[in-house]
Design a protein around this ligand. Sequence first.
Ligand code: NAD
Length: 328
Amino acid sequence: MASPSPSLPLAGMLELRPLGQTGLMVSALGFGASPLGGVFGTVSEQDAIDSVREAFRLGINFFDTSPYYGGTLSEKMLGKALRALGVPRESFVISTKCGRYADGFDFSAERVTRSIDESLARLNLDYVDILHCHDIEFGSLDQVVNETIPALIKLKKAGKTRFIGITGLPLGIFTNVLDRIPPGSIDVVLSYCHYSINDTSLEDLLPYLKSKGIGIITASPLAMGLLTENGPPEWHPASAELKAACQAAASHCKSKGKNISKLALQYSVKNKDISTVLVGMNSVKQVEENVAAATEIGEEADQQLLQDVQDILKPVKDQSWPSGIQQS
Ligand code: NAD
């Protein structure tokens, strides 16, 4: 059956928020395209196209990918799906990344400069809105400061990206880098797994980031599967204690006839200091469920249930896991 024409997104469904000082307005819920790379199982081209179409129709205007996801497959799928929308380029915001690839990390100026051209070809675009330096804790932060960011600034001047970001797990990487670069060098940060019901450690950093005019993107409100009824994938790096506590919380929600994923998504989207929350999606059903959850905030958010879940998770609050190399 042919998909309905997306034309313009339905007005007033998802909140649009300013992204730092970029001038961009992004939907409070963003589309994480890593699943389009088959990261969570195979996804057909038609499912990818339909998911992106439905997301755009329901007001999601921000799409995030990386050459790392599915060894470039995510970028190719997202590029095809956005092209199939047939909407003006300026009606969506797209971010991709550089420095992390299926075969490893390379934050050299030469590699990231080549990387954006490869990404633009796969996405079939002339420019991206944001180019992130991907998971910088796996590289030398000195190199990121002295070599990678200057290279990205050149790409910005060349018009290949409108804005620059950095991503990673340990929160210390953001202050480490931002304290050492001139204001305005970086426009946004993407933090993941640090603003969800079980881990709100990003909260302490928000005033610092805001004072620097940095746009704040968070990802993985479901804590990469911890806050789901089915539980996390086998490879999830959390401790057994954290996994058990999250499953206890999920079971409690289920016993009350509620889904912990919905509660978790609503919790993350509610914080207006965060411009957009990225969730990985690969089906029309997931898109519809997640947009419905995000737009119900303030109406059906179950305060007592949230309190119960926070109480269950208290012993593991803000517990994370190691990521990257030891920085000197
Ligand atoms: P996630 O926590 O968003 O979980 C995604 C998984 O949850 C997928 O399997 C998806 O199919 C499933 N899911 C989504 N909605 C669901 C629903 N309603 N019901 C049941 N299952 C549902 O993890 P993620 O995809 O890794 O993160 C989101 C996005 O954020 C990524 O796609 C990526 O774009 C970005 N991200 C970036 C970084 C980084 O730059 N270092 C790190 C993590 C995530």
